[in-house]
Design a protein around this ligand. Structure first.
Ligand SMILES: NC(=O)C1=CN([C@@H]2O[C@H](COP(=O)(O)OP(=O)(O)OC[C@H]3O[C@@H](n4cnc5c(N)ncnc54)[C@H](O)[C@@H]3O)[C@@H](O)[C@H]2O)C=CC1
Ligand SMILES: O=C(CO)COP(=O)(O)O
Length: 339
């Protein structure tokens, strides 16, 4: 049994804390809102994010960040990408011993173009962290808390730390692999959300399974192209955090990115979709980041460019599809890894 703190009591932070508490750990779930902490402690529910689910009674919640950081040497950060830097600054200010930092967020900062582990390393001094591990893979919170079989990957430059995280989380419904390709794992996690927005748009327009299969496979090709240029192992993108997460996010009714795309495809504006969702849609900001990364690394990413045009340049989704379909003809495999 270990003491572990999870920062962020949205749907994924709560599901992650659920697994840790069920595994017998002394898990503290931090939220910014006192009333939510009271609900988790007294009702054993988090109704706004996981309605109808009973949380383990040994899972406790707190709204005091200093107490939450002091609680454990292992800290799991489960806030949206846009809050990562701010939360890390707070951890840095509150820590006086080295922590094992695990993050479960899926995104890239649009301004700095940094991956999440890079932001963590920038904001938390080396003396205050043992290692950084990304935990990622095809894993909707709604299914994890039903104990449906889920597979996921703990990725780190420090293999010992990845194995520690594997041991903390693994149980009969939650199977954890390790991977030493942190770049590939973090990029796959972030970039699949762009393709999921596209899959939702395609379904919203009324296109069928052929279009979705095209999005997933050609999406994987452009994710791999960028990833290889950024130093990732191409094989990682065929794994859980690449193809696995692409499939689940592009096809599941639980996906917020798919849902957002679906509403866009049906004619809602981006503002309407974002304000109506009430939960994070990571793919919107990640599209900005990936668009800029494609320029920086001189990589062709036609799906990302099409999504960017729909989200930020008011191009109609159908027009974006027409433009994609009418690009110059190509040989399928010529450019998968390099151009
Ligand atoms: N929901 C899921 O099934 C999965 C989500 N993820 C990733 O986990 C990350 C978090 O996602 P969710 O929990 O689903 O989001 P969510 O929208 O359900 O909850 C986000 C939580 O973070 C809190 N938060 C936002 N800004 C904050 C700040 N500045 N300081 C402190 N707390 C803040 C919110 O109050 C909320 O409780 C995202 O990067 C997402 O891609 C990864 C795997 C599965
Ligand atoms: O990453 C996820 C599942 O693996 C969750 O995806 P959404 O953020 O689209 O709900």
């Amino acid at each position: 049994m270990e003491k572990i703190t999870v920062l962020g009591a949205g749907s994924w932070g709560t599901a992650i804390a659920f697994v840790l508490a069920e595994n017998g750990h002394d898990c503290l779930l931090w939220t910014r809102r006192t009333e939510q902490a009271v609900e988790i402690n007294e009702q054993h529910t988090n109704a706004a994010y996981l309605p109808g689910i009973s949380l383990p009674e040994n899972l406790h919640s707190h709204a005091d960040l200093a107490a939450a950081v002091a609680h454990a040497q292992t800290i799991v950060i489960a806030v949206p990408t846009k809050a990562i830097r701010e939360v890390c600054r707070q951890i840095e200010a509150l820590s006086n011993e080295p922590k094992l930092i695990v993050h479960v967020s899926k995104g890239i900062e649009p301004d700095s173009l940094k991956r999440i582990s890079e932001v963590i390393e920038e904001e938390i001094d080396q003396s205050k962290r043992q290692a950084v591990v990304a935990l990622s893979g095809p894993s909707h919170a709604e299914e994890v808390v039903l104990r449906h079989p889920t597979t996921i990957t703990a990725a780190s430059n420090d293999n010992e730390a990845a194995v520690r995280v594997q041991d903390l989380f693994m149980n009969q419904y939650f199977r954890v692999y390790t991977n030493d390709d942190l770049i590939g794992v973090e990029l796959g996690a972030a970039l699949k959300n762009i393709i999921a927005l596209g899959a939702g748009i395609s379904d919203g327009i009324g296109y069928g399974d052929n279009a979705k299969a095209a999005l997933i496979t050609r999406g994987l090709a452009e994710i791999t192209r960028l990833g290889v240029k950024m130093g990732a192992n191409p094989l990682t993108f065929s794994g859980l955090t690449g193809l696995g997460d692409l499939i689940v996010t592009c096809t599941s009714v639980h996906s917020r990115n798919w849902k957002a795309g679906n509403l866009l495809g049906k004619g809602q504006t981006l503002d309407e979709v974002v304000s109506g969702m009430g939960m994070v849609i990571e793919g919107v900001r990640t599209t900005k980041a990936a668009y800029r990364l494609a320029e920086k690394y001189d990589v062709s990413m036609p799906l990302t460019q099409a999504l960017y045009a729909v989200l930020f340049e008011s191009v109609h989704p159908k027009e974006a599809v027409d433009q994609l379909m009418n690009r110059m003809k190509k040989q399928e495999t010529e450019d998968i890894f390099y151009k």
